[in-house]
Design a protein around this ligand. Structure first.
Ligand SMILES: *Cc1c(COP(=O)(O)O)cnc(C)c1O
Length: 400
């Protein structure tokens, strides 16, 4: 007998362009940190739809805001003003370095907006953007070109010109790559897809100094680490470095597609009407959901709890690394983005271990072919963290 999941998967395989290597399951329902599949099996979710559902699945206040807005006004385009958009922009401006916001629908689009703004601001003959090896910035052609991983480039050449990649962690190499054509340096304060790899503070301070010295814009891609994930509203707040432009997306709408590009008055002035646009950007429903996300994260104690639970998770992962030194090297991350870094032997089994965890009802992913990445909803409980660690322990014990 075929299960409900299997029959949906068979239908999907006939109609989709084959771009995703999906787990063999159809999800039907979510609540908090749990998902239920079409056959009624439950999963503990340490992926959160890739760091998106930070308030957990179907957070009641988000659902309520979505439903209320859907009954009021769904879409009018940016030919007109709408209150949900303005309220959200005010919240982002009030709680960040930025003075102004541009809304779009995804992380790649937020980075596209940042790239265009940096080029426009740079002026004639200043168009080149330097990003870092191991980075991930999206799947559009420009953001693929900015992404510092060859596997995302292959088959899509020629890529748009004006992008260069500096070796990770090497400030002198980065300095040597700056030319009169350079207009910006783009980086993630902590590389997510690249394997949960934080940039250290001195390195980031050095990058900031290079930007100041050469009149370059510093763009932080906080698409994955922004909005509470690291234990502060934005990761840059803990890094001692303020960017000139910041991009956001994943967690902003707790599952609704919305992205944002934030910057200062002075830089924003380089864009004039007609320079950039998005039909759906700042859609009222996405903005209504994002307002609840912002207000919830800014409420007393929320971010402190993320930091405390992040420490708890990091200690648990470090304990597992100590227990299984043949598989894992240690934990790294900030707040509730933590990676258990595998060694060469562990990496061989990384994909298989993720599949075994899936079979036991734990969703986790293997980032950058180097780290088991834990990005649970920020509302995860210590009991759920313990449950995750126990499952990981079982699978490690079977693998060694
Ligand atoms: C996911 C991600 C993106 C791309 O976001 P999409 O919404 O998939 O376009 C860009 N940058 C970083 C750091 C990301 O993690």
């Amino acid at each position: 007998m075929t299960s409900a999941s299997q029959s949906l998967i068979a239908r999907s395989q006939r109609v989709f362009i084959n771009t995703y290597g999906r787990f063999p399951v159809a999800m039907v329902k979510g609540s908090g940190c749990r998902l239920t599949d079409a056959d009624g099996r439950n999963y503990l979710d340490f992926v959160s739809g890739i760091a998106v559902c930070s308030l957990g699945h179907c957070h009641p206040r988000v659902t309520e805001a979505i439903c209320a807005q859907a009954a009021q006004l769904v879409h009018v385009s940016n030919l007109y003003h709408t209150e949900p958009q303005t309220v959200l922009a005010e919240l982002l401006v009030a709680h960040s370095f930025a003075d102004r916001v541009f809304f779009c629908n995804s992380g790649a689009e937020a980075n596209e907006a940042a790239i265009k703004l940096a080029r426009k601001h740079g002026g004639a003959d200043r168009y080149e953007i330097i990003s870092l090896a191991g980075s991930f910035h999206g799947r559009t052609l420009a953001t693929v070109a900015a992404t510092g991983q060859a596997k995302f480039h292959q088959g899509f050449e020629p890529l748009p010109a004006g992008f260069a990649h500096a070796p990770f962690g090497d400030l002198e190499a980065l300095r040597a790559m700056i030319t009169p054509a350079t207009c910006a340096i783009l980086c993630e304060p902590l590389q997510g897809e690249g394997g949960v790899r934080p940039l250290d503070k001195e390195y980031l301070a050095g990058i900031r100094a290079l930007c100041d010295e050469h009149r370059l814009l510093l763009i932080f891609d906080e698409v994955q680490v922004g909005l509470g994930r690291t234990g502060s509203l934005f990761a840059y707040e803990q890094m001692g470095v303020t960017p000139d432009i910041m991009t956001l997306a994943k967690a902003l709408g707790n599952g609704l597609p919305i992205g944002a590009m934030l910057t200062t008055d002075g830089i924003a002035a380089s864009f004039v009407p007609g320079d950039h646009a998005s039909t759906f950007g700042g859609n009222p429903i996405g903005c209504a959901a994002a307002r609840v996300v912002m207000e919830t994260m800014l409420a007393d104690g929320f971010l402190a709890e993320v930091r405390a639970k992040g420490d708890y998770l990091a200690k648990g992962l470090a304990g597992l690394a100590a227990k299984y030194p043949t598989l894992a090297k240690g934990a790294r991350g900030m707040g509730l983005i933590q990676g258990l870094v595998l060694n060469d032997e562990g990496i061989k089994h990384g994909g298989a271990m993720v599949m075994k965890l899936f079979e036991r009802g734990l969703l986790l992913n293997f980032a950058g072919n180097v780290a088991l990445r834990c990005i649970p909803p920020l509302v995860v409980s210590r009991e759920e963290i313990d449950e995750m660690l126990a499952l990981l322990d079982q699978v490690f014990a079977e693998t060694v």
